[in-house]
Design a protein around this ligand. Structure first.
Ligand SMILES: N=c1c2ncn([C@@H]3O[C@H](COP(=O)(O)OP(=O)(O)OP(=O)(O)O)[C@@H](O)[C@H]3O)c2ncn1[C@@H]1O[C@H](COP(=O)(O)O)[C@@H](O)[C@H]1O
Length: 95
């Protein structure tokens, strides 16, 4: 099912965290000149602003929203949150 892609990307991000390679997401999750958490939070803020702009301009909304979802996922992975915790919370809100 198409939703499986979220789980697939989440798994890749967990692997990038645990087995770093020379890639954007591994670098984002590794401490460097800046603490990893601060770098990731900076991107979440940036992407949230880009979603606001995209919505006001009625353009690139899906692209920018996926950037925001994605960087929020990177934050969750970095903080050790399991995907099922997120899905369970969405489920809980349906009741
Ligand atoms: N889904 C994504 C994904 N979405 C966005 N990005 C990166 O997030 C960065 C966004 O930064 P910017 O906003 O500056 O770049 P931009 O959006 O192109 O430009 P602007 O928004 O500034 O206009 C870009 O470098 C994108 O490549 C992503 N990088 C990786 N993934 C997934 O994560 C996997 C692992 O990625 P790597 O570890 O980098 O191989 C990939 O196979 C993908 O499945």
């Amino acid at each position: 099912m198409k939703e499986e892609i979220i789980r697939e990307v989440y798994r890749v991000l967990e692997d990038r965290r645990d087995n770093p390679v020379d890639s954007y997401t591994s670098h984002l999750m590794q401490d460097s000149d800046k603490r990893a958490e601060d770098k990731i939070l900076e991107k979440v803020g940036e992407e949230a602003a880009e979603v606001i702009i995209a919505s006001k301009n009625d353009e690139n909304l899906v692209y920018e929203a996926v950037d925001l979802f994605f960087h929020t996922m990177v934050l969750m992975v970095y903080k050790g949150v399991e995907l099922d915790e997120i899905l369970d919370e969405f489920k809980r809100r349906r009741s």
